[in-house]
Design a protein around this ligand. Structure first.
Ligand SMILES: [Zn+2]
Ligand SMILES: [Zn+2]
Length: 177
């Protein structure tokens, strides 16, 4: 089980504010996260719980991005205490035996365990500074920096080239003056 892969769930949720505007959007997000099988039974209460979870994860990314590592870790620890991990061995769909995290609990509880274990693994393996928010204003989408030299600043290639163009224009303006 690659726990850091689970950290992608946190990124998907932090960047999915528009998905949490409706139950249909939540079902889409669950599908995108590979949890489509559970999407059909999502309720309004699940939507509320996912919004609350998102707010807490945004705060973790904001602290990490601001270099406030103790604060980011304290927030993650609080989430770990509220969402205890409960592993189960599963062998569905003809796959070999593998570990799953919590099969019980509500949709948001299951999602939270994945996010929080993934982030905890990433932070302890690679460092808190691997959680980032895009530097290309006004984007601020979350990303995981898994580059070998911790150089990632943008959520996507698109934002990176947009920021490069803006920097180039700013330099040209300075030269022209
Ligand atoms: Zn499985
Ligand atoms: Zn961006």
């Amino acid at each position: 089980m690659d726990l850091t892969k689970y950290a992608e769930l946190a990124v998907l949720l932090v960047n999915g504010a528009d998905r949490l505007e409706s139950l249909a959007g939540l079902r889409l997000l669950l599908g995108e996260s590979g949890r489509g099988a559970r999407a059909a039974r999502a309720t309004r209460a699940d939507l509320e719980a996912m919004r609350a979870l998102r707010a807490e994860l945004v705060a973790v990314f904001e602290s990490a991005d601001a270099g406030e590592e103790d604060d980011a870790v304290a927030r993650l620890n609080a989430l770990l205490i509220r969402h205890p991990v409960h592993p189960l061995i599963s062998g569905h769909d003809g796959q070999r035996w593998h570990l799953h995290l919590n099969e019980d609990g509500g949709i948001a509880d299951q999602y939270a365990v994945g996010c929080v274990m993934g982030l905890a693994a990433l932070v302890t393996d690679l460092g808190v500074d691997r959680l980032g928010l895009c530097d290309a204003a006004p984007c601020r989408r979350a990303f995981l920096d898994t580059s070998s030299n911790r150089s990632r600043r943008y959520c996507s290639e698109r934002c990176a080239s947009r920021a490069n163009v803006a920097a180039y224009r700013a330099r040209k303006r300075r030269v022209a003056v």
